[in-house]
Design a protein around this ligand. Structure first.
Ligand code: HXC
Length: 510
């Protein structure tokens, strides 16, 4: 018996060594943790249950028969994060560069199937050279099996991808179909084809970092939602994100104990909006003033900064926030900000996360670049996402809500439940100056007359009361009581239920 137990221990030890000490040292030398060390940081201590530790590939060509490593380059199983169940896979770069073989894919598919059956999220730690070249089409088939599952479970369980090394080819498409992508700065890359292929095909000379590093994907492409300095920090932030999310689409997000008074008054908000409409202010101040303990997890912070998206808690309950940011491009809607916010709204709606929308928007950004880029279609994504959302929705207009952007930003008309405005709100088809110049074009030569017309327009329209008179705004509230009013609104909406018409699926303007 003892011999059998010892044999098990030695098989386990062999599997835990992955591609060998030399490659582990190389991984550490790059500032990266190993696949198992990463799981130790991500999961609660001692909670990891590993599956398929002894699985090996079945390939024989290209000398593969002699290159079998137990586990086949991916560590899979389940564990807990702050006591809540999560299924995980962690690719082991020390084994054939974490490349995906047929059996490697089967291991990932197994835990994805278990996750969806048991209603728990999947977190994938990606560190892979892509399809295992020696296995050819068997490896491509393995990828496709993973892709299909990513699509099938989308909206059923949250899926989070962490990019922790080079991810090329097929290794980027599975993350792209998940809900959130976090990257590690300076050690992770995502590209469909690497710099060498780019040079051959397009003659462009580009480094891996420029082509697919964390900066590129968080600031330019918006493929990734956040980036952090090292493995440990990134995994800690994944834990933080996980805590905001429900385990699946039939459960509510977790409720955390809170020590922040929901009735907290913030007098400084009464002077947040400057006297001049042309002056910006930082909408983040309002977001933090509303949040329990001022805690806000921003998603896609570095991209389309004219809109902010992220999670906070009110009375311990998760709320998704979409907020125009007047500090950047005056908070206008454009292609990038519409796409960013639409994606966020869809996620929140799929997972029963109530939505808070903070509005200060001068309209859609004009110009040929926007029109040629399809701002109509992209703006429609946000309009569509809000119009379809059935989660509790509370909207607060702080200042401008002009034109189509007023409609889009969770107006009453497209489905928001409670719409508040500060007394400083200006709800109109457009700003006073633009409106007067169109309405009184024949008087443009007479400056005094135009100034008087502008003042008249301002008096009539640049306030929240025209909308409030029609019931489009439920109440004009004092800025200092925003947290209290919003907390009460969400509390009253906790039982919201909406019947939707049967359909196979919508045809969202993708
Ligand atoms: C098999 C691979 C591999 C792969 C890396 N290795 N990628 N083995 N298949 N795809 C092995 C290497 O041979 C090496 O083995 C070890 O992993 C480490 O690789 P290095 O090149 O030494 O590491 P590094 O210099 O850090 O470079 C990492 C890398 C590079 C950037 C990922 O290895 C690379 O470019 N790999 C190929 C990427 C690629 O083109 N993949 C196929 C994409 S096509 P030893 O034994 O020396 O340790 C694809 C199609 C799917 O994925 C499409 C679906 C839509």
């Amino acid at each position: 018996m003892r011999a059998v137990l010892e044999q098990l221990e030695s098989r386990r030890a062999e599997a835990r060594l992955g591609g060998g000490q030399k490659r582990i040292d190389a991984q550490h030398a790059k500032g990266k943790l190993t696949a198992r060390e990463r799981l130790d940081v991500l999961l609660d201590e001692g909670s990891f249950e590993e599956y398929d530790m002894y699985v090996t590939h079945r390939a024989t060509e290209f000398g593969m028969a002699g290159q079998k490593v137990p586990g086949d380059g991916v560590v899979t199983g389940w564990g807990t994060i702050n006591g809540r169940l999560v299924y995980v896979f962690s690719q082991d770069f020390t084994v054939l560069g974490g490349s995906l073989s047929e059996t490697h894919a089967q291991k990932i598919c197994k835990i994805m199937d278990m996750a969806v059956r048991n209603g728990a999220p999947v977190i994938g730690l990606n560190d892979s050279g892509g399809a295992r070249i020696q296995e050819g089409v068997a490896s491509l088939a393995g990828y496709a099996e993973v892709f299909r599952r990513n699509a099938e479970v989308s909206g059923v369980i949250p899926q989070i991808s962490v990019i922790m090394g080079p991810c090329a080819g097929g290794a980027v498409y599975s993350p792209a179909m998940t809900d959130f992508i976090f990257m590690v700065r300076d050690s992770s890359y995502m590209f469909v084809t690497g710099p060498d292929v780019v040079k051959t095909v397009t003659n462009e000379i580009v480094t891996a970092e420029e082509l697919g590093g964390a900066r590129t994907h968080t600031q330019k492409s918006s493929v990734a939602d956040a980036a952090f300095d090292n493995d440990v920090e990134t995994l800690e932030e994944v834990r933080r994100l996980f805590d905001f999310l429900p385990l699946n689409n039939r459960e509510k997000p977790p409720v955390r104990p809170f020590h922040d008074d929901p009735n907290r008054i913030e007098m400084r908000l009464d002077t947040l909006v400057p006297d001049s409409a042309a002056k910006p202010y930082d909408m983040m101040e309002l977001v933090r003033a509303i949040a329990d303990e001022g805690d806000f997890l921003e998603i896609a912070q570095a991209f389309a900064q004219n809109i902010m998206t992220g999670f906070l808690r009110i009375e311990g309950q998760t709320v998704g926030v979409v907020a125009n940011q007047p500090m950047v491009l005056a908070g206008c809607l454009d292609i990038d900000s519409s796409r960013k916010a639409a994606r966020f709204v869809r996620f929140c709606d799929a997972f029963s996360i109530p939505l808070l929308t903070l509005v200060d928007v001068p309209g859609f950004l004009p110009g040929t670049a926007q029109e040629y880029g399809g701002v109509i279609k992209h703006g429609a994504k946000l309009l569509f996402a809000y119009s379809q959302a059935t989660v509790p929705m509370v909207t607060l207009i702080t200042r401008k809500a002009y034109g189509g952007a007023y409609d889009v930003m969770a107006s009453k008309h497209i489905g928001a439940d409670v719409n508040y405005a500060w007394p400083t709100a200006e709800i109109a088809v457009m700003g006073a100056k633009g409106a007067t110049e169109i309405l009184y074009r024949s008087e443009l030569g007479d400056k005094d007359r135009i100034a008087e017309r502008t003042r008249d327009y301002e008096a009539r329209f640049t306030n929240p009361f025209v909308a409030a008179e029609r019931g489009f705004i439920d109440e004009v509230i004092m800025p200092h009581s925003s947290r209290k009013r919003i907390a009460r609104a969400f509390a009253a909406l906790r039982g919201k239920s909406v019947e939707t018409r049967w359909k196979k699926h919508d045809t969202i303007p993708l």
